[in-house]
Design a protein around this ligand. Sequence first.
Ligand code: SF4
Length: 325
Amino acid sequence: MNAPARALHDTPRSDWTRAEIAALFALPFPELMFRAGTVHRAHFDPSQVQVSTLLSIKTGGCPEDCGYCSQSSKYETGIKASKLMDVQAVLADARAAKEAGASRFCMGAAWRSPKDKDLDAVCEMVEGVKALGMETCVTLGMLTAPQAVRLKQSGLDYYNHNLDTSPEYYRHIISTRTFDDRLETLEHVRGAGINVCCGGIVGMGESQEDRVGLIHALATLPVHPESVPINALMQVEGTPQGLSQPLDGIEFVRMVAVARITMPKSMVRLSAGRTDMSEETQALCFLAGANSIFCGPKLLTTPNPLADSDRQLFEKLGLSPMPLP
Ligand code: SF4
């Protein structure tokens, strides 16, 4: 049995080779979509898409130099640094997101890593959002093992920490922490028993080989991330990536499809970049196995489609929001 055919079978594999992943990318588009759709149906209801909301709980002033990020203090992007939000204000936003149909609430803070005292407030936020019956995810930068345990004790469901790109291309994007630093944080998260949310960004001038490398890095983790956000770069003026050539829509859909096939049981999240995508491209992403979107006018600091346009898109496509967990 060849590699793609084997992928149709149930057990997630962590022994993918780059050649196998490259062969998936090279499939004729209809064949790739058929395979991804088949894998998707084996594990999920293809008519349901989880609606998530992402709130920036601490914006700007980050000492890291991620070349795509509006919140890095290294670049002039017009984003003003703010303090950590008040817990009650965050919970009010979570309630509003739930009323708007979101079942998952993600909170992001622009830190290199959280200070222990900051974690007290974040843990309170997680407890409050959990009490609303929503799934929780936070992204706070690098974590130590004891910090991960504290977050787990607060009831956190997912921790987001992206690998961003292939190990080889990584140094072109970030210099202030290494690919291995990121893997270490993922190990701490996994070790604490928190679900891992880990994906990357495409359209940063990387080659297809780098996209293969990113999928390979994710799909060969000892356990697949339960959640895999696939982001299309949102070009931010003032950042080194601000002038990148946008990735072709079909190539983006291929990325989603290959993520679905190689990580069959993971939630594949169609994340940043939807404002620049046509409805047709988004529909192809759902066919390729994406089963989550972020709703709300902003994704941290960058624009995102309005709830009304998402409702209309769901109606057109006959999709429904995944119910609360
Ligand atoms: S992506 Fe995160 S870690 Fe990197 S500069 Fe932006 S806020 Fe900081």
